[in-house]
Design a protein around this ligand. Structure first.
Ligand code: MN
Length: 502
């Protein structure tokens, strides 16, 4: 789970020898200055490493090939300080398979009206050179992010920072193992999909295990290990009376701890970053691993219920992107509507599996019966998600492509307590309204599961979809059903034709 600190983004400056060696020396010095200041600004989560000027096709190709094979490098930033004839970028771009950001900036900030001459123009002509480069990237249908503005400005650096976080999550996904206990829940469509295509396109590697493989781990957990973890629970959570030591359901808390220890150990041994469970396949476990799923999500493991490996993987990706930012993330599920005019909302929950990263409350640890799965009463953390803006996201398989659907939502403070619903929950209004938001989500074919985040903005999902080369349907305050349906229809044609363009 090494990211950000040990990773690098390479900075490559395009130039040529037309203006003479002195010009290239100046270009090089300017580039060094930009990279130095970008690293010192404190805005970027990943170190920028300057790789020098590229003045010819072989030089470009060499750098891009090295970037592919260097595991620290998660992406390249290009900038054409001067004019850099773009045919020299063809071989490099053909050989490059990591995220690309085109920084359309200029070393000098404002025009020095009284001083400007042709020498100055030759050395500050990225308005000219970056268009030449941009043409080639577009001509080759290469996905990238274009960021425009002076490199010293905070908003420019913040847009680079977003892309870096997405690139880090993309790198993380390229060797992502998702452990799937049991299969997809029988007959459920939206959580299923083409795992082979997902590995080709998104990096996800899904491995099946029987629940008995976990049970074998569970049976090796010692009572001392359980004691230790239950002591941690006592520190971190408020125990319901029936869960306390000596009370009726304390044994269920201990069983939940035992399952958690086994599950964490299993995931470590398999080098997994995400997992799924299925409440239909729990043979040999005392209870649904609800508490374990909640706590492992809080540690950064992706989770999807009922075999939902796509949401499990996406949640892990979102967790990596938002590491160190304010606002948590969780697996959530659309449950119950609250129809109340403009305040119409959806109650989000799951049977048990909601991450405590989305609350500032101290969770209550409770044990109650669960009317599904036919197992003993499971332990769970009970809390309410914090009010605020967030984004729900999902990836579905459309048969010929993956579609990401995102919806901006407003999480509300519930009108009243839910004393008879002892599970973690969030109440939200999808933008622009429940009526339009939910309709658009359904037209897009979105899941009843989502990976939810408070920290991320739409730009993260745009960058992710661009890097992955998958479809993105965004539902936000500007969405109208007519336009949304039109976009869906246009995309059908685009993705049919897209294959023949690649
Ligand atoms: Mn579900």
């Amino acid at each position: 789970m090494e990211f950000y600190n040990n990773q690098e983004v390479w900075f490559v400056t395009g130039a040529q020898l037309l203006y003479g060696g002195d010009a290239v020396i100046t270009v090089n010095a300017h580039s060094e200055e930009i990279v130095k200041q970008l690293n010192q600004a404190g805005t970027l989560p990943v170190k920028v490493v300057y790789k020098g000027t590229a003045n010819s096709s072989p030089e470009v190709e060499k750098i891009f090939k090295e970037a592919n094979s260097d595991s620290r490098c998660i992406g390249i930033i290009t900038w054409m300080h001067t004019f850099s004839p773009a045919k020299m970028w063809i071989k490099g771009l053909q050989n490059y398979h990591k995220p690309l950001l085109h920084l359309h900036t200029q070393f000098n900030k404002e025009i020095p009206w009284g001083e400007i001459d042709m020498d100055f123009m030759n050395l500050n002509q990225s308005a000219h050179g970056d268009r030449e480069f941009g043409h080639m990237v577009t001509r080759m249908r290469k996905n990238r992010k274009v960021v425009v503005g002076h490199w010293s400005e905070r908003n420019v650096q913040e847009r680079i920072a977003v892309w870096m976080r997405v690139a880090a999550a993309w790198a993380d996904a390229q060797d992502m193992v998702i452990v799937r206990f049991g299969d997809n829940m029988n007959n459920v469509a939206v959580t299923d999909g083409d795992r082979l295509e997902a590995e080709l396109r998104l990096g996800y590697h899904v491995d099946y295990y029987a629940i008995g493989d976990l049970v074998a781990y569970q049976d090796r957990v010692t009572e001392e290990e359980v004691d230790e973890l239950v002591a941690e629970f006592e520190q971190r959570y408020t125990f319901a009376d029936n869960c306390k030591k000596g009370a009726k359901d304390h044994g269920q808390v201990r069983e939940a701890a035992r399952i958690e220890i086994a599950l964490r150990r299993f995931l470590k041994d398999k080098n997994a970053k995400a997992f799924t469970t299925n409440f239909d396949a729990l043979h040999g476990l005392n209870q649904l691993p609800g508490l374990a799923s909640q706590r492992l999500m809080a540690e950064g493991y992706g989770f999807g219920a009922e075999g939902d490996w796509k949401t499990a993987a996406l949640l892990r990706t979102i967790w990596v992107m938002s590491k160190g930012l304010e606002g948590g993330c969780s697996f959530l599920e659309d449950y119950t509507y609250h129809f109340k005019g403009e305040k119409s909302a959806i109650l989000q929950s799951h049977m048990l599996e909601v991450s405590p990263l989305i609350t500032s409350q101290k969770p209550r640890l409770e044990v109650h019966p669960l009317g599904i799965g036919g197992k003993a009463d499971p332990a769970r953390l009970v809390f309410t998600a914090d009010p605020g803006s967030g984004i729900a996201s999902t990836i579905i398989d459309m048969g010929n492509r993956f579609r990401m659907v995102v919806n901006n939502v407003e999480v509300l403070k519930p009108e009243a307590a839910l004393p008879k619903l002892p599970v973690a929950s969030a109440l939200w209004i999808p933008q622009p309204s429940l009526e339009i938001g939910a309709a658009a989500w359904i037209y897009a074919g979105g899941t009843h599961h989502s990976a939810f985040s408070y920290a991320l903005t739409n730009e993260y999902f745009e960058d992710y979809a661009e890097i992955a080369g998958i479809e993105l349907m965004t539902i936000d305050k500007d969405t109208s059903i007519n336009n949304f349906k039109f976009e869906l229809k246009v995309n059908e044609i685009y993705y049919l034709l897209n294959k023949s363009l690649q």
